[in-house]
Design a protein around this ligand. Structure first.
Ligand SMILES: [Zn+2]
Length: 89
């Protein structure tokens, strides 16, 4: 199973605050191109506001960046592909 969300009571490595699950918009620079992914599952610290991503989410973002690089586009705005997360690893 892929995991998008942080366990309950996860603590922020920076400040020790509590990480709350939510979504964010992630902007990724790829050389001269820009990829914007909306509704990315993230853990957001309730104290310092730092955003954290589970490994599977980071991998998914890397895949999207690779696809964009392969296409050669300069700007893409995509929703986070939730359907892919239904795949069982
Ligand atoms: Zn924090």
């Amino acid at each position: 199973m892929k995991r998008n969300n942080f366990p309950d009571n996860a603590t922020c490595p920076l400040c020790g605050g509590t990480i709350e699950n939510g979504t964010t918009t992630r902007t990724i620079s790829i050389e001269t191109a820009i990829l914007i992914v909306k509704d990315v599952p993230a853990g957001i610290c309730d104290l310092c506001g730092e955003e954290w991503f589970m490994l599977d989410v980071s991998k998914q973002l890397d895949e999207l960046a690779d696809e964009m690089r392969a296409k050669g586009s300069q700007l893409e705005i995509l929703p986070y592909p939730a359907n892919r997360m239904a795949e069982v690893a």
